[in-house]
Design a protein around this ligand. Structure first.
Ligand code: GAP
Length: 541
């Protein structure tokens, strides 16, 4: 469950709450907003992501995936699924229902604790997440520190000792002390569920509403994030059920079914992908924070006492999965949670450098036996495992890896988007999507649409399409067709020209380098296959 887990991420409004502190920050934020806007525009124009029910002006924080979006999403899901289940003999999958018995959510703690602390500004009537207002406030000091360090680096050049500078520079120390003080008070207040203290901290820090510019705040209240609905049509027989806010609980309640039917021995994992729903209060920033989204979660069942070792193991494994994609290394970092969720004894995020800055992409949580023990308590059924090696029964501990598919999509899209100036002075927009995940792998292009070239191109396409998602395009100049394929991230274009009819060779053009090579038709399948096959990624893991 994620009330603490996902809260590092600032919703759009709260990101705006940090504006106005300093000119540079304003500038960076507007650049970030511009970049996000460009990405949203591109995603819509090229059939990746559309606003939901757009003809009715859309529904906030809900999006639909278009023809290329759905392919990219499926490919990311498949990469995750195969990395989990194919590469690990001790991980199997399930597909549980979205609706679950309502007691599930009582046992998991979601009914009582899946809340956001909210605060309203009385003048602007805008609503904010109190913890995010404070986090953004601390980020302002963190920015100051980084600027100071940069200044030091410039001043001292080669001789610069960053660690010593951070430990001794008075401005850095002052800002760090401010962060520590706010962080300490926030952590204590949230852990004690002392909402008055959270409000007092906002007032003491003189945090203002970015819309009204005032500090005229309401009390802080808890708001439950689950969507509720009614089951059954007969009055009196209906009961409240919830749209699942995480997929994990479908795994917990099936723990013994899976263990027994698939004859699993601890340590073993259960993987699942599927929709989850959260009534996010400030749900903006495109597909980063949605009310309906998809998760890819894996619960790894382990012997109590081994959790620290498995926590480190899965932290490294998950980072390796990300890094195999070849996106820039400086786009990833770990972030340890300040406030642990009530079920966790250790937790961290893998953060990604999104257009809006570093934000949570994936969570790795050591969940102890919290969920299984509570399901035992609420269901009255035993959820113990008999360990034949230790000759004892116990409720297993759980190590969880949990990633948002839509967030992963945004991470790839944002890192892939590039506006490139070419040597001839022209510009192209290219999506450098990792080839194995690209929505369309190959475009087959007859140079002109006569003289038998279309037929030849179709014959090549007919062979390739058995293995790959391909596109045939004969409209417009070849240059325009290349640009169209660049804009959707197609790694290879194959051009069929008049010579092809006699030499049985084609020109293959690679998206990133734009290099063109003449190759025999008989070689095309091998060349394309090597680069776009998921095996290339899986082999690195
Ligand atoms: N079972 C653990 C859990 O749900 P979480 O940190 O709340 O933990 C896991 O969520 C991941 O799900 C996050 O790292 C994020 O990628 C994704 N996620 C959470 N809330 C989301 C939202 N409103 N929209 C899109 N993705 C979201």
């Amino acid at each position: 469950m994620g009330q603490a887990a996902d809260h590092g991420a600032a919703p759009h409004l709260c990101a705006r709450a940090a504006e106005g502190f300093q000119g540079d920050r304003d500038h960076t934020m507007s650049q970030q907003e511009d970049r996000l806007k460009t990405l949203i525009g591109h995603a819509k124009e090229y059939g990746f992501v559309f606003p939901s029910s757009e003809i009715y002006d859309g529904l906030s924080a809900t999006y639909d995936y278009g023809p290329y979006g759905v392919e990219l999403k499926n490919n990311i899901r498949r990469y995750w699924w195969e990395a989990m289940t194919k590469l690990h003999e001790n991980i199997v999958g399930i597909d549980a229902a979205i609706f679950m018995h309502p007691t599930t959510w009582k046992a998991s703690g979601h009914v009582d604790a899946f809340n956001d602390p909210l605060i309203d500004n009385k003048d602007s009537k805008k609503r904010y997440r109190a913890d995010v207002l404070l986090e953004e406030h601390m980020a302002k000091y963190a920015d100051k520190i980084e600027k100071e360090v940069e200044k030091g680096r410039k001043k001292f050049g080669e001789a610069f000792d960053e660690a010593q500078f951070r430990a001794t520079n008075p401005n850095v120390k002052r800002s760090q002390e401010r962060i520590d003080a706010v962080e300490g008070r926030m952590k204590a207040a949230l852990e004690a569920n002392d909402l008055a203290a959270v409000r007092q901290l906002i007032i003491d820090e003189e945090i203002k509403c970015p819309i009204s510019g005032t500090g005229n705040w309401t009390d802080v209240r808890q708001f439950n994030l689950m969507f509720a609905t009614e089951l059954g049509s007969v009055s009196g027989e209906s009961s409240t059920i919830y749209l699942r806010p995480e997929t994990a609980q479908g795994i917990f309640v099936n723990f013994l079914n899976v263990q027994k039917s698939a004859r699993m021995k601890i340590p073993f994992g259960i993987a699942q992908t599927g929709k989850a729903f959260r009534n996010e209060i400030v749900a903006r920033q495109f597909i980063f924070r949605m009310r309906e989204f998809e998760q890819m979660e894996m619960q790894f069942f382990i012997k109590p006492g081994t959790q620290q070792e498995w926590y480190e193991h899965w932290k490294a494994k998950r980072m390796a999965w990300h890094r195999a994609l070849g996106l820039p290394a400086d786009h990833y970092r770990y972030h340890d949670h300040i406030k642990l969720a009530h079920y966790a004894d250790a937790a961290c995020d893998i953060e990604f450098r999104f257009p809006m800055g570093f934000k949570e992409l994936e969570g790795i949580h050591s969940r102890t036996d919290f969920d299984l023990a509570n399901h035992e308590k609420y269901s009255g059924r035993k959820l113990t495992y008999f360990d034949p090696e230790a000759n004892e029964s116990y409720v297993p501990y759980v190590l969880e890896t949990s990633i948002g598919l839509d967030r992963m999509f945004l991470a790839i899209l944002s890192a892939a988007y590039d506006e490139e100036k070419l040597e001839n002075g022209e510009e192209r927009v290219v999506l450098r999507i990792p080839a194995a995940l690209a929505p369309v792998k190959v475009a087959v292009l007859p140079l002109i649409k006569k003289d038998g070239l279309p037929e030849k191109a179709r014959a090549i396409m007919d062979r390739l399409k058995l293995d790959h998602n391909c596109q045939y395009d004969e409209k417009d100049s070849i240059g325009k067709r290349y640009r169209r394929q660049d804009a959707i991230g197609t790694p290879y274009c194959i051009t069929v020209d008049h010579d092809t009819l006699t030499d049985e060779a084609v020109t293959i053009r690679e998206r990133d380098s734009m290099r063109q090579e003449r190759v025999p038709i008989s070689e095309v399948e091998r060349i394309v296959g090597e680069k776009v096959d998921l095996r290339g990624l899986l082999k690195q893991l």
